[in-house]
Design a protein around this ligand. Structure first.
Ligand SMILES: Nc1ncnc2c1ncn2[C@@H]1O[C@H](COP(=O)(O)OP(=O)(O)OP(=O)(O)O)[C@@H](O)[C@H]1O
Length: 585
């Protein structure tokens, strides 16, 4: 979906929330289970150590101070310092450990998603708007990362403090402890309610962020810029971006507003609690023996309640943040669940590149992009090794699709394609790319130097090999004239080069790999007639042992082909040499 074309992209791209099981998320934690267990053990040890603190305080107030026992006082203070030290060390290790687990799990997520997306068919990318994929890998996983970095260790720390405090409360006076904890279910109910409200907003927020990312990547790119300027669409696009950005801001405000009153209610509850505790404790001081509360207990208890306030609030806050992650997981799993389009077999055949002849046999192949009209229909063609075949035909007749099927960018619905008698579906991906090279009409070039673009095809190529293929592509003289030669930067997708220069660079890049089969899809369409004739003459001589399939509109471009097939509506309607076809006309 192209933001340049749509008014409200978000409406058509609503992510449907589906249930995702916690079990599935936990699968990602499985490799780190021992670290996770260690982290939990550390939380408990830390909580256990800290639990002793209020008891020491009580002993100071009730025993050491009233009876002026200096030795006991020193002993208790030393114990307090020791416990604080141990808690600090344990907390540090625990924080580092939980951060490591969180970051590695997210790293696994990113890599798995990236690897899976690489396996999806080309159709997925043609149907997905630019920026959407980037948004999910960077923003969605990035949000999880933020949450993990900020919340994971806070969560662990606060959890241990709450555990420690609550246990200490029960040890000290279970009745007062029970009274203090009455706030917890109320706070949880409020949090749950607000959490649900915010989750709904979070889904909309993610969607609008993805819209924004798409708009940026499509409209602030070279083609997007050219289109918007030449069509006078800049004010319209600015207005639309401003609206998307405002939506993002408004949604965040809505999300924050919804949670604010929740905090105020919880805060009030926690503030009132110590006052009520003092009242109940004070009354019990005057009661009969079994229910008496010492001053030390009451002071220590209020200290414990204060100690509980902040971590409890933080735990509730983290709980809400974690609920928001559900939508992030839904968006990530939605991509992970897309079936891989073209699959490599487990026992795929690996060809010895040097021994491949490059004979091709296309046997009764049919293919449609979507249900309905077949782009290629019952297509059969034998291409002997080292021969030159041309596919010509009107626009939309299915020529490019044949190229896609040969390179296995899509798999045929019916029929089969064989290279040296091996079905291409049985070949390993590496073998297929070693054997089949594609030069397209509108090649994609990397934003780097000419050298980097050439060596992308074969990083181990020598300088001589690089120059040789550049000469074959009639590009070397042009490069030699540039002030920086092969080090010239080509700009975003080669926009600093002309169409013909880009096509020749792409051709040289494929020639550097020297595959046994080269598909040239209108690969020289941007060249003037003289340069094109020069180039194809030279190529015919140099590529004598290479099987070449040239896709063209015009018969004149493929004069020297051994065999020409003419396509119409996905079918072969004529075949023969240039002479034979001319005679038929
Ligand atoms: N990704 C796609 N999804 C759906 N239909 C597609 C897709 N790509 C191509 N088609 C359709 O398949 C048919 C064949 O397209 P193809 O690109 O193979 O034709 P072509 O002969 O190479 O055309 P041209 O000479 O204009 O490049 C066309 O009708 C086209 O609209």
């Amino acid at each position: 979906m192209n933001p340049l074309l749509t008014e409200e992209t978000n409406q058509k791209n609503q992510v449907v929330s589906t249930g995702i099981s916690v079990k599935r998320i936990l699968q990602f934690f499985k490799p780190y289970r021992w670290q996770l267990l260690s982290s939990i053990v550390l939380i408990f040890v830390g909580a256990g150590a800290g639990m002793a603190m209020p008891f020491l305080l009580r002993a100071v107030i009730d025993d050491a101070l009233p009876h002026a026992q200096t030795n006991l006082l020193i002993l208790l203070v030393v114990a307090m310092v020791g416990i604080a030290l141990v808690s600090a060390i344990i907390n540090m290790f625990q924080t580092i450990l939980s951060a490591r687990i969180g970051q590695y799990v997210l790293h696994d997520f990113r890599v798995k998603l990236y690897g899976h997306l690489q396996m999806l068919s080309l159709g997925f990318f043609t149907d997905t708007r630019g920026g959407e994929i980037q948004s999910r890998i960077t923003q969605d996983i990035g949000s999880l990362q933020e949450l993990v970095s900020n919340s994971a260790h806070e969560l662990a720390k606060n959890f241990s403090v709450v555990m420690m405090t609550v246990s200490a409360m029960f040890f000290m006076d279970w009745k007062l402890a029970l009274f203090s904890l009455t706030v917890v279910p109320i706070a949880l109910l409020i949090s749950d309610f607000v959490g649900r409200l915010r989750e709904r907003v979070a889904e909309k927020q993610r969607q609008r962020l993805a819209d924004m990312s798409s708009e940026i990547s499509e409209t602030l790119s070279v083609p997007g810029m050219m289109l918007s300027r030449t069509m006078g669409k800049m004010p319209y696009l600015f207005h639309r971006f401003s609206k998307t950005s405002k939506d993002v801001a408004d949604l965040e405000i809505r999300s924050l507003t919804r949670s604010e009153w929740q905090w105020q209610v919880i805060y009030l509850l926690l503030m009132v609690l110590p006052a009520l505790t003092l009242l109940i404790g004070g009354l019990r001081m005057h009661w009969h023996e079994p229910n008496r509360v010492s001053i030390g207990t009451l002071v220590a208890f209020i200290a414990l309640q204060e100690q509980l306030t902040w971590p409890l609030q933080e735990l509730l806050r983290t709980g809400i943040e974690i609920r928001k992650t559900r939508i992030l997981f839904v968006r990530i799993f939605e991509y992970l669940d897309k079936p891989a389009g073209v699959k490599e077999k487990a026992d795929a055949v690996i060809l010895d590149k040097g021994k491949v002849n490059g004979a091709l046999k296309i046997e009764n192949v049919s293919f449609s992009y979507e249900d309905g009209q077949e782009a290629v229909s019952h297509f059969s063609l034998d291409i002997p090794a080292g021969s030159r075949v041309a596919i010509v035909g009107a626009t939309g007749s299915g020529k490019t699709t044949i190229g896609y099927l040969l390179a296995r960018l899509y798999d045929a619905d019916k029929g089969a394609i064989y290279i040296d008698e091996t079905d291409i579906r049985d070949l390993s991906f590496q073998s297929l790319t070693d054997v089949v090279g594609v030069v397209s009409q509108d090649p994609y070039l990397l934003n780097g130097t000419i050298r980097e673009n050439l060596l992308f095809a074969r990083p181990d190529a020598t300088e001589e090999e690089m120059i040789r293929v550049s000469r074959m592509a009639k590009l070397h003289d042009f490069i030699a004239m540039l002030p920086s030669g092969y080090e010239t930067s080509i700009g975003e997708n080669g926009y600093r080069f002309s169409g013909g220069e880009k096509q020749r660079l792409s051709l040289a890049r494929t020639l550097l790999r020297m595959p046994a089969i080269i598909i040239m899809d209108e690969a020289t369409s941007a060249l003037d007639t003289i340069t094109e004739r020069n180039l194809s003459g030279g190529l015919n001589a140099s590529l004598r042992n290479v099987t070449t399939i040239t896709i063209a509109h015009r018969l004149s471009t493929v004069r020297h082909a051994d065999q020409i097939v003419v396509m119409n509506r996905g079918r072969i309607v004529e075949r023969g040499t240039h002479q034979e076809l001319l005679k038929k006309k």
